[in-house]
Design a protein around this ligand. Structure first.
Ligand SMILES: Nc1ncnc2c1ncn2[C@@H]1O[C@H](COP(=O)(O)OP(=O)(O)OP(=O)(O)O)[C@@H](O)[C@H]1O
Ligand SMILES: O=C(O)C1=C[C@@H](O)[C@@H](O)[C@H](O)C1
Ligand SMILES: [Mg+2]
Length: 193
């Protein structure tokens, strides 16, 4: 039986396409668009964590603390990357790349893209109702200050992504960037009959 890490590595450059970046960067939004474009399954890691545990991300943070959440996040990530199905478009959680060896695993599993959206644009995208959905942001004094501090702490992890887009992380721009970088992203084949 192959090791989990062998399974992940064997997917190579055409494996899972993972999006990383701060809350509000558009990982979920762009991830869905990329999945539709490349005819791949889409997985949102936060949603997968909630499905696995039967609890909200917020509840895990509040009741068990961040370290517990990060352990569950790392376990669900490993399972997702090792899954035998077709390669995914994966929207990671905002903090996923910064804990355990998650960023190295994402890079082994396939192309990685940092949505490096300017802080001012992120803050404008996150009105109070969006802030309330995100436990770390909601607990902070102000969204913009939290985003700045968090970027300073996290950029060394996000910067390990193979690709990066800035203000214009649109579907056409990212598709062109992936093609230009030579990542092979074949459309998912229908299941053999
Ligand atoms: N390119 C964009 N331009 C403007 N608004 C956007 C763009 N992409 C996403 N948004 C909006 O910004 C908000 C956050 O987007 P989204 O939920 O996709 O971010 P995320 O990176 O998945 O955040 P989180 O890490 O908290 O899950 C949503 O309201 C979404 O509609
Ligand atoms: O930026 C973060 O650390 C987080 C972002 C969300 O996607 C969730 O994974 C959780 O709220 C933590
Ligand atoms: Mg999201």
């Amino acid at each position: 039986m192959p090791l989990l890490s062998d399974t992940i590595i064997s997917r190579g450059g055409s494996g899972h396409l993972s999006l990383v970046g701060l809350p509000g960067a558009g990982k979920t939004t762009l991830g869905r668009q990329l999945a539709a474009h490349f005819n791949r399954p889409f997985l949102d890691l936060d949603v997968a964590i909630e499905a696995r545990t039967g609890r909200s991300v917020r509840a895990i943070f509040v009741e068990d603390g961040e370290a517990s959440f990060r352990a569950v996040e790392a376990a669900v990530l490993r399972d997702a990357l090792a899954h035998a199905g077709p390669p995914l478009v994966l929207a990671t959680g905002g903090g996923t790349p910064c804990f355990h060896d998650n960023m190295a695993l994402l890079n082994q599993a396939g192309p990685t893209l940092w949505l490096d959206v300017p802080i001012e644009a992120l803050a404008a995208r996150l009105p109070p109702e969006e802030v309330a959905k995100r436990p770390l942001l909601a607990a902070a004094g102000g969204a913009e200050a939290w985003l700045r501090e968090t970027l300073a702490a996290r950029s060394k992890f996000y910067a390990q992504a193979r690709l990066r887009c800035g203000a214009a992380c649109t579907l056409p721009a990212v598709v062109a960037q992936l093609a230009g970088a030579g990542f092979a992203l074949p459309a998912t084949l229908p299941p053999a009959s």
